[in-house]
Design a protein around this ligand. Structure first.
Ligand code: 5RP
Length: 227
């Protein structure tokens, strides 16, 4: 029987929940795959009496985790994070990736880079040869955002302000805008990342490079743990 994308996300998430150990401070990402993860971790907390502390990367994740009984703290209330598990939008064979489909990439990157170990949970459709087919999300400060947009446009990076269902600009938890770059193919992710982060007004980009140690992939043949 063929599994749909949600089922592939779910089996990857359930497997990744096994990486959580008693006593850990655990970073919890954002997105539909992470929703399954939070459920699976909460089950373990209940069933095995695991003592963990969760650190959420979005209000949505924090609310779900709290409601399911996972003790939560803010990123600035913990000394470090032991393990962060998050979804991703694209992952290449070197474990470089694009995140930010849920506009949470700035918070996600802060938690990920505070974490000793990072795991991504994805369904197999997210594994790609070259990054960039998924539009690369940026978080930009509203003041002067048209100037940032024009600079990106002049570089041929095909920027588009992200809009919500009402046609309003999407705002992040920090009240910033999201611009997606429809580049199609990112041949040199490190070069692009370095250029982007040096642009004034651009708070963070969704290229997550050299951050992840393990990718747990839901495939039609079952879960694959890539290390
Ligand atoms: C949010 C993210 C998500 O992890 C990414 O968009 C994957 O989402 P999903 O699990 O819903 O496919 O980066 O900012």
């Amino acid at each position: 029987m063929t599994m749909d994308q949600n089922e592939l996300k779910r089996i990857a998430a359930v497997r990744a929940a096994d990486f959580v150990e008693d006593g850990m401070i655990v970073g919890l990402g954002t997105g539909s795959t992470v929703t399954y993860l939070v459920e699976a971790i909460a089950k373990r907390v209940q069933a095995e009496g695991l003592h963990i502390t969760g650190v959420a990367t979005s209000k949505r994740t924090g609310k779900q985790a709290k409601a399911l009984g996972i003790p939560m703290k803010g990123i600035d209330e913990v000394p470090h994070v032991d393990l962060t598990i998050d979804g991703a939008d694209e992952v290449d064979k070197n474990f470089q990736g694009i995140k930010g489909g849920g506009a949470a990439h700035a918070f996600e990157k802060i938690v990920a880079t505070s974490s000793t170990k990072n795991i991504w949970i994805v369904d197999e459709s997210k594994m790609v040869d070259t990054l960039g087919q998924f539009p690369l999300p940026l978080e930009v400060i509203p003041y002067g955002s048209t100037k940032v947009f024009d600079r990106l446009n002049n570089e041929g990076l095909k920027p588009v302000f992200r809009l919500d269902d009402n046609g309003d600009r999407v705002k992040t938890h920090s009240d910033n805008y999201v611009i997606d770059l429809h580049v199609g193919k990112i041949d040199h992710p490190h070069l692009l990342a370095n250029w982007l982060i040096s642009q004034v007004g651009l708070l963070e980009h969704g290229l997550f490079l050299d951050i992840v140690n393990t990718v747990v992939v839901g495939t039609q043949e079952g879960v694959k743990v890539l290390e």
